[in-house]
Design a protein around this ligand. Sequence first.
Ligand SMILES: Cc1cc2nc3c(=O)[nH]c(=O)nc-3n(C[C@H](O)[C@H](O)[C@H](O)COP(=O)(O)OP(=O)(O)OC[C@H]3O[C@@H](n4cnc5c(N)ncnc54)[C@H](O)[C@@H]3O)c2cc1C
Length: 413
Amino acid sequence: MTDTSVQSIAIIGAGAAGLMAADHLSELAHDQEQDWQITLYDAMPSPARKILMAGKSGLNLTHAQPIDDFVAAYGPYADWMGPMIREFGPREVRSWSYAMGQSTFEGSSGRVFPDSMKASPLLRSHFKHLETRGVTMMTRHRWTGWTDDKALLFETPNGQQTIKADAVLLALGGPSWPRLGTDGSFLSVLAEKGIASTPYRPANCGFEVDWSEDFVAQWAGEPVKSVRLHFGAHSIEGDFVITRYGIEGSAVYGLCAPLRDALETDQNVDLLVDLRSHHDLAEVERRLSQPRGKQSFANHIRKRIHLKGVQAALLKECTERSVMNDMGQLAQAVKALPIRLTRPRPLDEAISTAGGVCLSELDDALMVKREPGLFIAGEMLDWEAPTGGYLLTGCFSQGYRAALGIGRYLNQL
Ligand SMILES: Cc1cc2nc3c(=O)[nH]c(=O)nc-3n(C[C@H](O)[C@H](O)[C@H](O)COP(=O)(O)OP(=O)(O)OC[C@H]3O[C@@H](n4cnc5c(N)ncnc54)[C@H](O)[C@@H]3O)c2cc1C
């Protein structure tokens, strides 16, 4: 006989959103003395592989800027994210990390990392914490849909299994780096239930450029530091890296969304690089117009505007030869050097995704309006954010919001 007083919660996807939802639901269950059976399911042999991968280059959990600035970083999604971030945002993420035995520190740019920089100590401690609170973890369970009688359907090493749950959270992530667990095929399963979505697209990704062979041979892998990038009304200061295929790096990721969107309608898009952002155009022109004498062109720009190495090579690569002899035009090129982008790099390589389940399908508790008891959170939803800790904090925050919603939903059943 099954105990009918026990309510079961299935959280599918043990990544940022799912883990934080499990954390808060187990806390609610404890505080409210609820008989909830909470189970986390994940397709992979071990959970949270994307967070572990994120930790390889320094796990940027969140950002230390004022909360209004933090919310504004979500751009067109700020209105939607704002209430969730104010409920569970950077401060709460740091407190959670601290409670898991990992105090955090602010890097020079305000980015916040756990002391170890890595994800594994934080996750190990979190898994243990969930276990002591009675949360069950089922790995190698790939969710594939529902049966006719509304049971969850999983592919497992022991064949297909069906599981009934009183409330379900889907936190399946976005299909960048699919080998880490998420392939995005769930959108068609959700479409069968009438749940609308937009196709996934790369976010925080590199872009392709038709570099000359000589340029790539000499400069691939080289960082271009302290420049300002402009595209339309958007502009960002920072660094990027020359790659064999084009460009990547934090400043490029910061402009990824408008660049990617523009490339969907235009074949080529020019990203403008200001190689000397601390001087205005008139000053660059004044310096370049000083007599060159017998100096080579390379020496002239090195001495007059301190342009050398990869930056000087980039200037040469992206300008017509004739421009080099006209100091007015050359100054223009230094201040707004056009790098012609041909396409974004594929979804597989992107740090994150745009697209996914339409936000209009959800109520404020992240419950699917047409499917009471079904909640969705994290990157599988149609929002995006730049790098800087906004992705993880956004997913944690949504996991927390969904947990509150699930708690309320179960209490009123
Ligand atoms: C290289 C890299 C570096 C990054 N660095 C940072 C960073 O420093 N800071 C930051 O904020 N963000 C970073 N991110 C992004 C961040 O990791 C993600 O935005 C975040 O993990 C998404 O959380 P999520 O819960 O939505 O999905 P995920 O964390 O991806 O979790 C989804 C889980 O669902 C499981 N799953 C998928 N499909 C199924 C299915 N059908 N059945 C069962 N389980 C399934 C997957 O196996 C996975 O465990 C990085 C991403 C990458 C790729």
